[in-house]
Design a protein. Sequence first.
Length: 185
Amino acid sequence: MTDETTRPMRAFCTATAAFLALGLGCGHAPAVGRATDDALAVSPVGERAPFDGPETWFTGSARVTPLFDPRPSRHAGAASVSFAPGARTAWHSHPAGQTLVITDGTGWVQAWGGERVRVHAGDVVWTPPGVKHWHGATAGEGMRHIALQEAVDGRVVDWMEPVTDAQYAASGDADEPAAPERDHE
């Protein structure tokens, strides 16, 4: 096969792996970078093409970059997600929970019925299994995080309804913290 005939399939496999890594899909996708469980593998950045987050799971502009997908010896998958100011996920939960590592900017996280909490680069957020929540950028600043989650019975996420503009702004001005500011050491 020529590169022209295999390019669409490679793009599809990369996108499928990214959806699984972020928790946007279900089932098992081919390993990014064709890694196996019995050898050291490097996944070149060029093989992990970023893509726009689907409108059904994000409000505003979000860009997803796949990092790695689950495999038999590693049950977690991960992706880096960049949120433009005001962008956010829909309400969702994860059957095995989720860890977010905030890598750039300032954002919000909120569990259903809880207060919105401001997060900054360097913060790590744990959301327990089954907890309905959302996360995204503040209205005035973008945010990037790495999302890590594991599959349970082939499922990594349960997507729900969008976070409305009213819910997003409910805890006060979007540029003011809902919780007291923390001093970072």
